[in-house]
Design a protein around this ligand. Structure first.
Ligand code: MG
Length: 376
């Protein structure tokens, strides 16, 4: 069974803004029409693209190869007929007719339409209307409309090739789409499930929706932090916001919370905005003995000010003693409170270094941390 696709790209729609018709505008690095062709290509044997005469140079510049490139007509019907004619010398069994401005069409919709053509001469995707419908006049609601049995039509609309060619040949006036052409010729059209993501890009708003649907507006940053503090005299250590009784204390300008410092530096790192030493210089006496909470709060606030939330933090403490296990839950909870995120987005774990190196000799504690920031 041979399946052809006609991608109708002859429209001049510039409601989306810009100088270019919408199908030629960029959608996350690729012209809309290029995305549409790429979506259809794996499912069909041949492709015809119907272009406006003014767009020949744009098409050539794309460098995309298809089986037929034809010039459209003044009406959509005429453009589709030009596309159908392209296959006349070697007619396919089925043809899918698709709007170039629907680049987000899914494989599911395309294969559903093709399967429905096993048992029907025509099939097309649609979504039942779920919003209430009104009539309106002069800016006022003038009545309501029953939405039962109403659908929003999408493409690709699929047909038995010779049936839709005959239907177009018999057409006497303008129509809205190829389903209308088929029905005018007495062809029954099966409805398959459409998808809300299969939007027709018409306005500038649609471009931002399409960008979101592509996940192209995701901005995810990863950062790492590393810190070491040496042991000195004392009777407790601060680790990840928890005070733990211990025979010695970590030395430092602040409270020497090595874990929290690593987490803080990971956040600065993800932002590409320096480190603790830069934001809170040790030479500045006001930070002497400071609670490290001040540093972490500053880093999180800085992230927020730049539109990021902390998605997760993973901190590893490297020491022989104190044992971290009994304090892990309290550490997660303390960090979660300071960062104002759920504790299940935070990991605090520990390892010894097998008695090797400065941590193994209990001269100090090291900490490494990784964080992910996500732009909201
Ligand atoms: Mg430090």
């Amino acid at each position: 069974m041979t399946i052809a696709a006609i991608i109708v790209a002859a429209g001049r729609g510039t409601r989306a803004g810009g100088d270019l018709p919408k199908q030629w505008q960029d959608l996350n690095g690729l012209p809309v029409i290029a995305r549409t062709i790429a979506a259809l290509r794996p499912h069909v044997d041949q492709i015809a693209v119907v272009l406006h005469a003014d767009d020949t140079a744009r098409w050539t510049a794309l460098g995309i190869s298809v089986d037929h490139v034809v010039t459209g007509a003044a009406t959509r019907d005429g453009s589709v007929r030009a596309g159908l004619d392209a296959f006349a010398s070697a007619p396919p069994e089925l043809v899918l007719i698709h709007d170039a401005a629907r680049p987000l069409v899914s494989a599911q919709i395309i294969t559903d339409v093709i399967s429905a053509l096993n048992s029907h001469q025509a099939a097309a995707p649609a979504l039942p209307i779920t919003d209430a419908l009104w009539t309106g006049a002069d800016g006022m609601v003038s009545g309501t409309q029953d939405r039962d049995g109403l659908y929003r039509a999408q493409t690709p609309q699929g047909f038995n090739y010779s049936a839709i060619v005959a239907a177009h040949a018999a057409l006497s006036g303008p129509t809205t789409d190829d389903v209308a052409v088929a029905r005018a010729a007495g062809i029954d059209v099966a409805i398959v499930a459409g998808e809300t993501a299969n939007i027709k890009i018409t306005t500038a708003d649609d471009f931002s929706r399409a960008t979101k649907l592509l996940g192209a507006d995701m901005d995810v940053r990863c950062g790492n932090g590393y810190d070491v503090h040496r042991f000195g005299d004392g009777d407790h250590v601060w680790l990840c916001g928890v005070q733990i009784p211990h025979g010695r204390s970590l030395q430092g300008h602040s409270d020497a919370d090595v874990g929290m410092h690593a987490v803080t530096d990971a956040i600065y790192g993800a932002l590409g905005m320096g480190d603790i030493g830069q934001h809170f210089p040790p030479s500045d006496p006001q930070w002497k003995g400071a609670a490290s909470k001040i540093f972490l709060t500053h880093a999180v606030d800085l992230a927020r000010a730049h539109g990021f939330v902390v998605s997760n933090v993973d901190c590893t403490l490297v020491c022989e003693y104190p044992k971290i296990g009994p304090h892990q839950a309290a550490m997660k909870s303390a960090l979660a409170t300071i960062m104002d995120i759920d504790a299940d987005r935070i990991s605090v774990k520990a390892t010894t270094s097998e008695r090797l190196g400065f941590t193994g000799r209990e001269e100090g504690i090291a900490a490494i941390a990784t964080t992910t920031l996500v732009k909201t």
